[in-house]
Ligand binder design. Structure first.
Ligand code: 5GP
Ligand code: MN
Length: 335
């Protein structure tokens, strides 16, 4: 993988470009993809954004989100764009497997592939150019670095700013995580100078849900959360029938895993959800307990030191039992 700076001199030449991101995109995956989209179209590139799967309702306010192709829903349209692509940008994932059913197709493509990502251990061999930096707060920050680094800060307009702000704000937990560096705050200052309405974005992302989601949150915290003080760990486990009962949709469980970390002394929180097609796990930690290593070792996953995810081929009960065995094994690091 050659360094991303090598593409800077080629940015101004119009091409057919596809941008993709990880499945079930969060605000950083979608925000970095659409931020890059709004930047690249200003040079006359023909740009298509493809998401491997559908995305949450609360991302739909992002400018041009309605033009994004859902690959699972419309693989023909996605494949047609991919077959034409001269450049393929892969954002906010380290392994092609994170693009689910697109992975085989992406691997086979012979176009120039460019990675921009902040997860650990990227599959560098799959990419022609790339930037991989785990010290970065978000992929949105890295897209901003590309824009400014290539000398095109003047191309940052309100659309670019809104998308990148959404990504950096959510991936830093509203600027509270250590990755919210001075550079991140300087980036936000530049975005504000373009006319960014940050209050509106917070409202779009956090005050834009349906009643069922809040009632579901209350139910889950009351009935589905267990605290294991001896391991400073909390677990929320949710059966499929509860998702059906509360009409829970893609993205509605985002953020749930953070609640237990608000309890004094809790160092690690896990959310295990039976999504019918698979059991999905999310892990969060405070301090130096490495949930990326934990997710890799026990749940076929990965992520960052304080936020990671994974999955399990077992049913919900068996997965919970495996989780309990895993935290016992790690009890010395959780004390
Ligand atoms: P979440 O718990 O919000 O799904 O994911 C937290 C973090 O872990 C995100 O940075 C996400 O990209 C990463 N992550 C989630 N699930 C997986 C997975 O199955 N594999 C890998 N490698 N990373 C994951
Ligand atoms: Mn991210």
């Amino acid at each position: 993988m050659k360094q991303i700076q090598d593409i800077y001199p080629m940015l101004a030449t119009p091409r057919k470009v596809v941008i993709t991101m990880h499945q079930k995109p969060d605000a950083d995956a979608m925000g970095s993809a659409l931020g890059l989209y709004h930047f690249l179209i200003r040079f006359g590139h023909s740009v298509t954004v493809i998401s491997p799967t559908k995305w949450a309702e609360w991302l739909k306010w992002m400018p041009a989100c309605h033009e994004v192709i859902d690959y699972e829903y419309n693989p023909e349209k996605g494949n047609a764009a991919l077959d034409q692509a001269e450049w393929l940008f892969c954002l906010d994932f380290n392994t092609l497997l994170r693009t689910r059913s697109m992975a085989g197709k992406l691997k086979k493509l012979s176009c120039i592939k460019i990675l921009i990502d902040h997860h650990q251990e990227p599959e560098s061999a799959n990419f022609t150019y790339g930037a991989s930096d785990t010290s970065k707060s978000s992929t949105s920050e890295m897209v901003y670095d590309l824009i400014v680094g290539s000398g095109h800060a003047d191309k940052i307009n309100r659309e670019v700013a809104a998308c990148l702000y959404a990504g950096v704000m959510t991936d830093t937990g509203s600027f509270r995580f250590p990755a919210a560096t001075a550079s991140v705050h300087r980036m936000v200052a530049v975005l504000k100078d373009t006319g960014l309405n940050h209050s509106k974005i917070h409202e779009n992302l956090f005050d834009n849900f349906l009643e069922n989601r809040l009632r579901f949150t209350g139910y889950v915290l009351e009935h589905k959360m267990d605290i294991f003080y001896e391991y400073n760990t909390a677990l929320i486990s949710i059966p499929w029938k509860d998702l059906v009962r509360f009409e829970i949709k893609t993205g509605d469980t985002e953020g749930l895993v953070n609640y237990p970390l608000t309890i004094q002394g809790i160092k690690m929180a896990a959310l295990i959800i039976d999504r019918d097609e698979e059991v999905k796990c999310s892990f969060r930690s405070k301090g130096d307990f490495d949930v990326n290593a934990f997710a890799r070792k026990y749940f076929e996953g990965g992520g960052h030191i304080n936020a990671a995810g994974g999955r399990s081929g077992d049913n919900l009960e068996q997965t919970v039992q495996r989780f309990m065995a895993a935290i016992k094994e790690n009890s010395s690091q959780l004390q």
